[in-house]
Design a binder for this molecule. Structure first.
Ligand code: NDP
Length: 450
């Protein structure tokens, strides 16, 4: 008789947990996955996918205006928020089903309910005990709202996806991915949008040219961006929320959306009981193979707070499956991880920022281009696209690529391949462009700006 019920027991059926579970099963392991909320996790239910659908929805307002320059007459327009949310929810339900099938088709048992670790080889789900050789913690993260007076009146991205109506006025707090993405979405759909960020310039950690260009583009569109500003308290009077800012000003609004980061969702899991070491913010401490301080307990994705990105969680899940059940000990790579912010317009980035390259004492050469996209020569829209290459002058290697403009995410993906191959600026220059595209600018920047 087998010593354990399962070879692998995964807690959390998000992007990382599902990938690790199904790959492990395909390598011959007997696998169960416990999920207490929704199949597909944050990405599918209240993250990447519904967000991108709302981003598409929000872009139509610009497209309708831009159409006039191309000879189109567009009639009266309005957005039906409830219909948009209902259609989005239908697609999410379909995806939940796809995830269910992926797991069951690969022979993974799905156990619905809250899992707790009793000891390093035992998990309970709603009172039922299951034993496993390995346990994988893939429980994700959850938005946090700072504890200010009236914080209970604020919402997070979790609720923003299910609002009954589109707010007429909204304040967004936070200058990270979620803040700038929702500012573009809600403004594009017609809400009067104010975004507050506590520091000098939002998107800390991104290249400064991305940060500045995006701020300019958002302001041109009419988003009320306020930096060095925060909310001190929130008061509610009927349906109206009054935000008192740290400079004493008050703003009345319908909704206040906090996008001030996410924390690992590792409470109530019994991790401490099993002896799993956690960081102060609750993140599971793991080694390069995603192994925790307990030999047979692994952790991947947001709950380890390495890089909170879906494709990274998937890579970590894949690596765990290979390590444990495919005889291929694998460390996921974190070099040149490309990322996009689906703001309006988009940002795309891979590799080092100019600031990071200088801090690491590279002999930095910068190539930068800023231009009006061809499309807008007829629409008259005052929009600029910015592209930038950070190059090591000593070796000619391209260290970083940064862009603000339409389809920046799509364009950056291919550049990430080039950077992973160690491409030089001369190789970028020797590559023939595709004309006329914005992307060709990355292979035609000839003059160093610094
Ligand atoms: P981020 O960590 O990206 O940004 C949080 C923002 O809130 C920062 O501007 C931060 O300021 C600010 N902030 C933090 N604490 C406070 C506070 N107490 N008061 C006021 N402001 C505060 O978190 P998000 O919530 O935007 O997103 C969470 C994670 O999800 C991201 O890190 C990202 O990895 C992932 N994500 C990825 C997406 C993508 O790939 N397109 C899309 C959405 C999310 P400061 O900079 O000063 O610390």
């Amino acid at each position: 008789m087998a010593q354990y019920d399962y070879d692998l027991f995964t807690i959390g059926a998000g992007s990382g947990g599902v990938r690790a579970s199904r790959m492990s099963a395909s390598f011959g392991a007997k696998v169960a996955v416990a999920e207490e909320r929704y199949l597909g996790g944050t990405c599918v239910n209240v993250g990447c996918i519904p967000k991108k659908l709302l981003v598409y929805a929000s872009h139509f307002s610009e497209d309708f205006s831009d159409a006039a320059g191309y000879g189109w007459t567009v009639g009266e327009r309005s957005v039906d928020w409830r219909k948009l949310i209902a259609n989005k929810d239908r697609e999410i339900s379909r995806l939940n089903g796809v995830y269910r099938n992926i797991l069951s088709d690969n022979g993974v048992e799905i156990i619905e309910g809250h899992a707790e670790i009793v000891d390093p080889h035992t998990v309970t789900v709603d009172g039922n005990r299951h034993t496993a050789k390995y346990i994988l913690v893939a429980v994700g993260s959850w938005p946090v709202v700072p504890k200010i007076p009236g914080a209970e009146h604020a919402i997070t991205s979790n609720e923003a996806f299910h609002l009954d109506s589109l707010p007429e006025k909204v304040i967004i707090v936070g200058g990270g991915y979620i803040g700038v993405e929702f500012a573009g979405i809600l403004h594009g759909l017609g809400a009067h949008t104010t975004q507050l960020y506590r520091g000098e310039l939002f998107l800390r950690g991104f290249d400064d040219d991305i940060r500045q260009t995006l701020a300019e583009e958002m302001r041109k569109r009419g988003i009320d961006l306020r930096f060095n500003r925060d909310i001190k308290r929130i008061d509610k009077a009927g349906d109206i929320l009054r935000a008192t800012l740290d400079d004493g000003q008050t703003i009345e609004t319908d909704r206040i959306l906090y996008a001030t980061g996410r924390v690992p969702l590792t409470g109530n899991l019994g991790l401490d009981r099993a002896g799993v070491q956690l960081k102060e913010n609750g993140a599971v401490v793991v080694d390069e193979y995603s192994k925790s301080s307990v030999d047979n307990i692994y952790a991947i994705g947001d709950c380890t707070d390495r890089m909170m990105l879906t494709p990274v969680a998937i890579a970590e899940g894949m690596a765990v499956a290979n390590t444990l059940f495919n005889n291929k000990p694998t460390r996921p790579g974190y070099l040149n991880v490309p990322t996009a912010v689906f703001s309006t317009p988009n940002c795309g980035t891979v590799g080092l920022t100019e600031r990071e390259a200088r801090q690491r004492n590279f002999q930095v050469d910068i190539y930068r281009s800023s231009f009006r996209p061809l499309k807008h020569t007829l629409t008259g829209r005052d929009e600029r696209t910015m592209m930038k290459l950070v190059v090591d002058g000593a070796t000619d290697r391209v260290l970083g690529c940064h862009m603000v403009g339409p389809d920046a995410g799509e364009i950056t993906q291919g550049l990430a391949v080039a950077l992973n191959c160690g491409a030089t600026k001369a190789q970028f220059d020797a590559t023939i462009g595709i004309h006329p595209t914005a992307a060709e600018e990355f292979v035609t920047m000839r003059a160093k700006v610094t």
